[in-house]
Design a protein around this ligand. Sequence first.
Ligand code: F6R
Length: 364
Amino acid sequence: DKAGFKHFMAKEIAEQPVVLQGALSHYITADGTGVTLPDPGIDFTKVERMTMVACGTAFYACLVAKYWFEQVAQIPVEVDVASEFRYREPPVTPGTVALFVSQSGETADTLAALRYMDGKADKIVSVVNVPESSIARESDLPLPILAGTEIGVASTKAFTCQLTTLALLALNAAHARGHLSQEDLSAKLAALTGLPGLISQALGIEEKSRKISRKLVEARDILFLGRGAMYPLALEGALKLKEISYIHAEAYASGELKHGPIALVDKHVPVIVMAPRDALFDKTVSNMQEVMARGGKVLLITDKTGAKEAGEGVWDTITMPEIDPFLAPILYAVPAQLLAYHTAVAKGTDVDQPRNLAKSVTVE
Ligand code: F6R
């Protein structure tokens, strides 16, 4: 049931404030001071490193989580796509926690990677949407993301719920390891509690996204740029766009631009820059100016402060609500989703059932 929406994808994008609210109240204690994990939980003081493995959009959720676990919990994190990890057969040393992210919980490569780590890692954690799935059943600590059934092939609400669950786990780890005081933990949890409201607000960019998308349909290639935890969001934006609009899109870490991809830039290539006004903003802006100096059409996705400081001369701007930079990757999933969605609608492609793709990839 599309509940009055034209596509499941549109419904699932719109549902995000509600499902995120559900996930937050599932994991955050009633007094707002801590994170509850299902038994037997996890002793983060004994963790020396984490290995995160997934495919596609779930892999990008792991890439964001790497920034979170390394920065707030001081745990070194390795991330790999499941199809590479399983055949690379990396050595596993004591103190390793393996974490698998999968919406369906049935992705063949991710499941094979999990089975490889079984008996080698100290603990197997999974972040899944389907609680009775193989990946959930075969892990020591399955963490449900509570996104509800996702029908659109392009993952939307599952991605933001994966990120939210991973953010909560990272905060829990940081506190347990003594890197985050009780006061700071409570403050971050309060910020997370404000996330559904901010996502609702961010959904207000829909009209603007629709307008911009009408221009994006003419492009043959589109580049996405981001730095730090916004780099995986750039990857997600490019993947979403490719999947449902069939327009070629690539994402780069902003700093990589001058090492090759800038050669692609001319006046026909829209360059979408995802840059909240955070500590790395100025660096990203200088990369953006290099694009503009070569005639590239920049779409800047930033907040009010960012738009004021760097919005001059850009092709267009999408202004997002201000947010704690730690949580920005979750919020910036919204423009990635809406731009892909409206570009596909403008092109007239099959949004919910894109060609050549399956919702659950149970063969390798
Ligand atoms: C992208 C998308 C895919 C999946 C990937 C993993 O929109 O849906 O890239 O994220 O196939 O699937 P799960 O999460 O079910 O393991």
